[in-house]
Design a binder for this molecule. Structure first.
Ligand code: APR
Length: 311
């Protein structure tokens, strides 16, 4: 049968860590693809991880390329390709550059990996994942956007930091778009089953929610050059693993909603069951009126980005 094959389209900061984690978890062989101008860089990263194998003991092949033929037959494709927002660039400029990139990527993925489960990461996420879906014509269960896995990991980390308890025991849910309008749901957060309002004051919970919403920006400011990559890569790999091992984990992710949560025709963050059929189910829960209003705000933000992309 051979090993599974995972294509990483974009071998920048996140792409490189993805290759490392994917190899360490032995999820399959990894192909890192980037533009011809930086082919040497991705070949170098791949070779460096190959040379880590004697220490770590994993058996996986990691290669770098700029040739799409090398992703042929991939089981999973993760897309981080894109340009970051540079000083002087408007959101519209960023959107139009990254839309061109995703169109090219989608056509190639359709040609070389037509059966893959595709995880889109490039920003602005909600519009780019929608664009991939439209251009590729892939079924909705095989196109997913990574946002909620990261946003909820951040929420969990902050609850753990605030309570002094293990991050592993924190569970929570974050709905909505990827950005400041996301909807963390403190009502449903627990540490080992204990609701967080038994552990933290209202003020502390509000502060944790606010920090979660702004977590991406907090890291951008600290790094000074680029955005987060360790936790994003680990979040993506949880999704890849759940798919390849049919784990059926419940991971908040951007999925095409067709009626769920009263949303129709948009990719938005909802709790997804990820298994060997891709997005197998979207779990629906009853929201309070306040939560519904927050979800409505985030939907307005997502709609406006998607409409700007004129797809
Ligand atoms: N095809 C393939 N790769 C491309 C293309 C393309 N057409 N255009 C750009 N790339 C590559 C770049 O050369 C770069 O190596 O995509 C990579 C992006 O890497 P980084 O700039 O390091 O960005 P990273 O931190 O990995 O984030 C990737 O995820 O979270 C989002 O906002 C983030 O959109 C960004 C993406």
């Amino acid at each position: 049968m051979g090993r599974k094959k995972i294509a990483l389209i974009g071998g920048g900061q996140i792409g490189g860590i993805l290759a490392l984690i994917g190899a360490q978890k032995e999820l399959g062989d990894l192909v890192i693809l980037d533009i011809p101008e930086v082919e040497g860089m991705v070949k170098g990263k791949a070779l460096d991880i190959m040379e880590l194998r004697p220490h770590d003991g994993y058996d996986a092949n990691i290669t770098g390329t700029s040739n799409y033929a090398d992703i042929e037959g991939s089981d999973v494709v993760v897309i981080t390709a894109g340009v970051p927002r540079k000083p002087g660039m408007t959101r519209d400029d960023l959107l139009s550059v990254n839309l061109k990139i995703i169109t090219n990527v989608a056509n190639n993925v359709k040609k070389y990996a037509p059966n893959a489960f595709v995880i889109v990461v490039s920003n602005p996420l909600d519009a780019i994942v929608y664009a991939f879906y439209k251009v590729s014509g892939f079924p909705k269960n095989r196109v997913i956007g990574m946002a909620g896995a990261l946003d909820s990991a951040r929420f969990r980390a902050f609850i753990a930091m605030e309570t002094g308890l293990s991050a592993q025991d924190v569970t929570c849910m974050v709905l909505g778009g990827h950005g400041p309008t996301m909807v963390p749901l403190p009502r449903l957060a627990t540490v080992g089953g204990v609701p967080i309002d038994k552990l933290l004051s209202k003020e502390e919970i509000d502060a944790v929610v606010k920090r979660t919403r702004e977590a991406g920006t907090e890291i951008v400011k600290l790094l000074g050059n680029g955005s987060a990559y360790f936790s994003p890569a680990a979040s993506i790999m949880e999704m890849v693993e759940s798919y390849l091992k049919d784990k059926k984990r419940v991971i908040p992710s951007a999925a095409l909603c067709e009626g769920e949560y009263g949303i129709d025709g948009y990719f938005i963050g909802v709790p997804c069951v990820i298994g060997s059929d891709g997005i197998e189910r979207i779990l629906e829960i009853d929201l309070t009126d306040d939560e519904k209003e927050l979800l409505n705000n985030t939907l307005t933000a997502v709609k406006s980005t998607v409409e700007e992309s004129k797809l």
